[in-house]
Design a protein. Structure first.
Length: 564
């Protein structure tokens, strides 16, 4: 018997409006067919498959993470799972993730993003990170979480893709900014969010103006110098959470560094910020050891002559430049560079000469220093590094603060047949990623400037050489955090080069002996630096150097800082 599968009827509502009603009737004929043939009524395989599908889709507890069943390439740590739950269930997708370096803030953000995608609460997502981390974030979201994120490269990509990882610096400039402002994002993730601490900057204003439902700010240092920074970050998350700034100031600030009503402030912060520390009992992670070696280096007579001449020059002219911040900064840089390499100091001397105007006396003094520098042919530090690298016979990352030193070292290593690659802030995203790939697969050594101390993951390497030592302990810790982090399976060896009888030796004494930096982790360091109450530790050390009578007086004053 022939039947039409579907039927359509029309209902007349009034003279002008006729509504069609469509009936799907195929199921009736399928039922009649089964009835006439006495089955099949009970296909067990089909039923079992349907049962499994329903079981997989059921949500037994709304507060549990559904995404954990969809992560074959990742096993999160308990503290990361708890963080994701808290953000989802208590903070409603607006939070500062402020774990100490190396505890996996990226994993926590990935869990939250994956959960929102599975629950259908997010589709349009923007992840803003430093340029050097765009490809790393994209790779991790794809490989670990199965999230189809793409790295933003072209202008047309803003409209085409739902989940984009982009550079903050690129995104805040037109025409990219215009594309972002036209869209409404379900979730915005910002890495290295301490760069948003000042609400007067373009970065803060840009993030504040993006239309978003949920927002995650990732930073290991939510407060660096000023409680106001915390107010600015929280305002991005939840405008009005702390009220107007004047009210916040009266209620919670004695001065910019000292809070009042601490318990009340802590409770309010806990509503928007999660900070896991390595020292927490709930952190079930055993990090490998840090094994620290200090390598003292004896300067040659010509190197010693140059160091002493530059130190005398800096001391003589520092107060003469009082108020001339540019030249004062140049002198601080010069004092630090002379412990790094002749090449770094030489370039600064040349620039200082160019900027000395008609001051002939100053020019003559600089020319004398240049002549002394030219006599230095052998650089003891570089020779020691080459011996050390050959002895290690494994991958090594060398950190220096100066590009001239970086280039000098790469040439010096090449002379010895040691393959090395550079890594610095001036490289574009593609070149940085290429250098990382070369280091992992081919080169024995990466020579990195301070740009290599932020964000990148180098767990495949477990040897660090601090060719020159930053005066700020936090920057040293950031360097170490590149290799001493989750995923590192071997003990980490840290080699600190120290030129005898120089300011570098005293700085290492302060960091190693007094602050015990290499034994502490970043959370302890933050507490120590806060207690020092120094607005700028580099400037304070410079003041001590300038005002000290001799080497013994300088060491004594540094020791007093450590005793605090």
């Amino acid at each position: 018997m022939q039947h039409k599968k579907d039927r359509t009827y029309s209902i007349k509502i009034n003279e002008e409006l006729v509504v069609p009603i469509h009936f799907h009737q195929q199921w009736i004929y399928e039922l009649q067919s089964s009835h006439s043939q006495n089955g099949p009524w009970d296909l067990w395989d089909v039923f079992h498959l349907a049962y499994q599908a329903e079981e997989a889709l059921q949500v037994k507890d709304f507060n549990e993470l559904q995404c954990l069943n969809h992560l074959p390439n990742l096993t999160p740590f308990p503290h990361q799972i708890e963080t994701a739950k808290k953000v989802l269930n208590e903070m409603h997708g607006r939070a500062i993730l402020a774990d100490e370096v190396g505890l996996g803030k990226t994993i926590e953000a990935g869990l939250i993003l994956k959960e929102y995608l599975i629950r259908g609460l997010a589709k349009k997502v923007l992840v803003l990170v430093p340029a050097s981390l765009v490809l790393q974030w994209t790779r991790e979201l794809n490989q670990k979480f199965g999230i189809p994120a793409v790295a933003q490269k072209k202008e047309w990509m803003w409209e085409k893709y739902d989940i984009i990882v982009a550079s903050m610096d690129t995104s805040k400039r037109n025409p990219h900014r215009n594309h972002i402002m036209k869209q409404h994002y379900d979730l915005l993730i910002v890495d290295e969010a301490h760069k948003l601490k000042n609400r007067r900057t373009k970065n803060w204003e840009f993030i504040n103006n993006i239309k978003k439902k949920f927002i995650l700010l990732l930073t290991a240092t939510p407060i660096q110098n000023d409680i106001t920074e915390l107010y600015n970050l929280v305002t991005l998350l939840k405008p009005g959470h702390f009220g107007k700034f004047n009210s916040f100031q009266k209620e919670h600030m004695k001065d910019k560094r000292s809070p009042k009503n601490k318990e009340l402030l802590r409770k309010e912060i806990e509503k928007v910020m999660i900070r896991n520390k390595r020292s927490d009992k709930k952190i079930e992670i055993k990090f490998p050891k840090r094994i620290v070696h200090t390598i003292p280096i004896e300067l040659t007579p010509k190197e010693r002559e140059l160091y002493q001449a530059i130190t005398n020059f800096v001391k003589e002219h520092y107060h003469k430049f009082n108020g001339d911040l540019k030249n004062m900064f140049t002198l601080i840089t010069l004092q630090r560079e002379i412990c790094s390499s002749r090449d770094a100091a030489f370039i600064t001397l040349v620039n200082l000469f160019k900027n000395s105007g008609g001051n002939e006396t100053l020019k003559n003094e600089i020319l004398k220093l240049v002549q002394i520098a030219k006599k230095v042919e052998l650089q003891s530090k570089a020779n020691e590094v080459i011996k050390l690298i050959k002895k290690i016979n494994d991958k090594v990352i060398i950190f220096t603060e100066y590009r001239a030193t970086q280039e000098f070292l790469i040439n010096k290593l090449a002379e010895q047949g040691i393959y090395s690659v550079p890594y610095r802030g001036g490289f574009n995203r593609g070149k940085k990623d290429w250098m990382m790939e070369l280091f992992q697969r081919k080169a024995q050594v990466m020579v990195a400037t301070e740009a290599g101390g932020e964000g990148i993951n180098l767990q495949f390497c477990n040897h660090i050489i601090n060719y020159d030592m930053p005066w700020n302990p936090m920057r040293v810790e950031q360097r170490i955090g590149r290799v001493h982090r989750l995923g590192q399976t071997r003990d980490v060896y840290i080699y600190n080069l120290s030129t005898k009888g120089t300011i570098e030796e005293h700085i290492l004494f302060l960091l190693h002996e007094k602050i015990q930096m290499f034994e502490n982790v970043i959370g302890s360091l933050e507490t120590i630096l806060e207690k020092l109450n120094l607005d700028n530790i580099e400037n304070n050390i410079m003041e001590i150097l300038i005002n000290s009578k001799d080497e013994q007086d300088f060491r004594s004053r540094l020791s007093n800082i450590g005793k605090i």
